[in-house]
Write a protein that binds this ligand. Structure first.
Ligand code: SF4
Length: 254
């Protein structure tokens, strides 16, 4: 039964996906909130594009849901930004944690796991908590942009996320970093102070450094490893087969 419902949702996504490529981020957000109601939430680590998305969402839907995966290894500046967001937008950020505290992780997997096996560390502190959170939702909204990493280059504005089994909405998928920063300045959007200290991309303290002039903006993430993603944003193709009539139960918001 669940497979049947998922199949119908995927087919409905395939129908709207092409038109959505021409939508503005605001229109994508409006569609997302109207379609999924309380079963959709923004996922954010509060990068520059994430802040734009949060600001846009606050203008189209006042009581939007916002969650973050708190690895417990974030910068003090990131935690300070969370406080500012809650105050400015009048929302409570839903914080999701690993089942292992940092101390439990050290006892189970040894010290400084991030320096030996960052994929396992990200799996424990990011991917598993995200999977748990997404299991309670019908769709999630992210601020990924196609030009951030090669793994994101095929992202669509609306897509079926087969890794986690729900709809994924990427309103800003075709935006450039320049557009992001213009919006931030035009609308006086708060942002992470580390961006002004040569940190274009910010994650955990253990795995993020400032970038040097001329380096790729994500060169400061997992320095010393080939890793560029924590495993949250794997792009999968959406089926393009013709859609049979979808049942009412399979409508997105049901
Ligand atoms: S970014 Fe680093 S510290 Fe954070 S969860 Fe991944 S490997 Fe661990």
């Amino acid at each position: 039964m669940m497979d049947h419902i998922q199949h119908n949702v995927q087919e409905q996504i395939a129908k709207v996906q092409v038109a959505a490529e021409n939508w503005t981020p605001q229109r994508a957000l409006t569609w997302a909130f109207e379609t999924f109601g309380n079963r959709i939430a923004i996922s954010s680590a509060f990068g520059a594009e994430g802040m734009v998305l949060i600001d846009m969402a606050s203008r189209v839907h006042k009581d939007f849901r916002l969650f973050t995966i708190d690895t417990e290894f974030l910068f003090p500046e990131t935690y300070a930004l969370m406080d500012r967001i809650e105050e400015k937008y009048g929302i409570a950020i839903e914080k999701v944690y690993s089942v292992l505290s940092p101390e439990e992780q050290e006892r189970t997997h040894g010290a400084a796991l991030w320096s030996r096996d960052p994929d396992l560390c990200c799996g424990l502190r990011k991917v598993e908590p995200l999977r748990r959170k997404l299991s309670e939702l019908g769709a999630w909204i992210t601020s990924i942009r196609r030009d951030q990493t090669s793994a994101r280059s095929a992202a669509r504005r609306i897509e079926w996320d087969s890794k986690f089994g729900l709809v994924k909405v990427n309103p800003m998928v075709d935006w450039s970093a320049k557009q992001v920063w213009r919006y931030i300045h035009d609308h006086e959007v708060p942002y992470n102070e580390l961006h002004d200290q040569d940190y274009p991309s910010i994650g955990c303290t253990h795995c993020t450094r400032a970038v040097r002039p001329g380096e790729d903006p994500r060169a400061g993430r997992w320095p010393g490893f080939a890793k560029t993603e924590c495993g949250l944003h794997i792009i999968e193709p959406v089926p393009s087969s013709p859609a049979p009539q979808a049942s009412k139960a399979a409508k997105f918001g049901d």
